[in-house]
Design a protein around this ligand. Structure first.
Ligand SMILES: [Fe+2]
Ligand SMILES: [Fe+2]
Length: 492
């Protein structure tokens, strides 16, 4: 990798670190060179991955992009920034440091040493969880494939590509585990991860939200805010796993994931800021004729992405989730910080459901409701961003506010599936829902209206009219930095 004269070399990492070997075809910190069979198997998968990237990765032709690449997994200085051609990005296998004293922190194996190999009895469950996680990573790249063609700025274009290459790396992370620990079956699953495709009628991605089209940049920002955040919480539970290589893999992925959510939080924020500005300037909420996205449409996009992301947590009550916990396969969010016995055999909690047209609560065993436990953590976290966006409205002197819809709104999975619930939490009959759905979820006309605003702005430092510029650039670079060089001269 060349050193950019404008940025200089990356600062030397100072934290505890295991070095990543970049002299290998597959950069890694797992001593891949010492396991020839595994190395050969992964090197056999690599060209298939690159093929997939070429056909279903970012469609906009670029020369190079200012991207961060992991150079160490320690606490500080883990990333290096440089202009790189995207297809030459060094996708690699990086696990967080191993703690030789790590033990299982929950369930029936609590206190025993963490597993360095897959126990036979948990093999099927572990493989399933890794495949489901792995399937989401390339799916989002596929969903976002054409967004580059309508980027609101070069800064935003770079952020999109950063997310894309890192989701590609997260696929590598899961494929490594499949190859290294699950034998022939694992290798077959790794092949399938490239064969299923987002929205494909015959071979769709496993989870619903990952088959929805990402139609425009507002949806991309909502996706990185709400759906990448679901990923954060799922990874948070796998990071607690008794299976140590999985835990260490997910811990490092979480580090990268933080930037994806930053893109979502600030992307929606900048959209709201621009909307507020136009509302004030023109004294109307109907700012579409002035080139802004009406707040009501932003709210509908939020309603949609939040509700499909809640579905990703699965049914509120799940025997599987309880079994995963008891067996040590998957923990809770921040397991070790919880003040309970970490076994949960006698604990209970409340859950809501629809009964006779009303939302009621019932008491259920805690172990059966761990999906709900995780979802609660997620919901509380989602509310933080909404507060931030509302601050922008308040700062602009506007009374309008964005809200998270009721947990039962637009749900296809779990206790609310098959019922209609309004954003305020009112249970509705079919006719009322059908009459009012368009007030709450983006209609074809809403998406069309947003689409007309999605004109590319490729001039450095300039931004499309519907979004405010960011406060600062990436890695201390100015906002007008040449983050992306497009393939076609004259486009910038
Ligand atoms: Fe990811
Ligand atoms: Fe992500």
């Amino acid at each position: 990798m060349s050193i950019d004269p404008r940025t200089g070399p990356a600062p030397a990492p100072t934290g505890p670190l295991s070095t990543i070997d970049y002299s290998e075809r597959i950069p890694n910190n797992v001593n891949l060179a010492e396991d020839r069979r595994l190395q050969r198997a992964l090197e056999g998968w690599q060209p298939k991955f690159l093929d997939w990237w070429k056909t279903l990765g970012p469609a906009l032709p670029t020369k190079d992009v200012y991207l961060r690449t992991a150079i160490a997994v320690g606490r500080d200085g883990w990333a290096h920034f440089d202009h790189v051609p995207m297809e030459e990005y060094r996708w690699g296998i990086f696990l967080a440091e191993r703690d030789p004293d790590r033990v299982v922190n929950f369930g029936k194996h609590k206190g025993e040493p963490a597993w360095q190999e897959v126990p036979g009895e948990h093999r099927a469950d572990l493989m399933r969880l890794i495949v489901i996680q792995g399937d989401t990573e390339p799916a989002s790249v596929e969903q976002q494939r054409v967004l580059g063609e309508t980027a609101p700025s070069i800064y935003d274009l770079r952020n999109l590509f950063q997310v894309n290459v890192e989701e590609g790396r997260h696929l590598w992370a899961m494929v490594y585990l499949l190859h290294a620990y699950f034998g022939r079956e694992g290798r077959e699953e790794a092949e399938q991860l490239l064969k299923r495709n987002s929205g494909d009628l015959d071979a769709p991605r496993i989870l619903g939200a990952f088959n929805e089209e990402t139609t425009d940049w507002l949806q991309f920002f909502m996706f990185t805010y709400f759906t990448d955040r679901d990923g954060k919480y799922q990874l948070g539970t796998l990071k607690e796993s008794a299976f140590d290589p999985l835990a260490r893999t997910c811990e490092f992925m979480l580090k990268e994931e933080a930037h994806h959510m930053f893109i979502g939080t600030t992307g929606v924020q900048r959209t709201v800021e621009r909307t507020a500005e136009l509302m004030k300037e023109h004294g109307t909420a109907d700012i579409l004729p002035y080139g802004g996205i009406p707040l009501a449409v932003i709210q509908k996009y939020l309603n949609f992405q939040y509700s499909v992301s809640l579905d990703l947590f699965g049914s509120e009550q799940s025997t599987n989730a309880g079994n995963y916990y008891t067996s040590g396969v998957k923990g809770r969010w921040q397991e070790t910080r919880r003040k309970d016995d970490h076994v949960l055999l006698d604990d209970t909690r409340e859950m809501s459901l629809v009964e006779n047209g009303r939302i009621v609560t019932k008491t259920v065993p805690m172990l059966s409701a761990l999906n709900l436990d995780l979802r609660d953590e997620y919901v509380a976290d989602c509310a933080n961003g909404v507060r931030r966006w509302n601050q922008a409205l308040e700062d602009a002197g506007l009374d309008e506010r964005l809200t998270l819809p009721h947990e039962g709104f637009n749900r296809k999975v779990g206790a609310y599936a098959g019922h209609h619930v309004s954003p305020d939490g009112e249970v509705l009959d079919d006719a009322t829902w059908q009459a009012r759905e368009g007030e709450w979820l983006p209609t074809a006309e809403d998406r069309q209206a947003v689409a007309t605003l999605m004109v590319p702005e490729y001039e450095y430092g300039k931004f499309a009219g519907w979004i405010a510029p960011p406060q600062t650039g990436i890695n201390d670079q100015p906002v007008e930095f040449d983050y992306v060089h497009l393939a076609e001269e004259g486009l910038v």
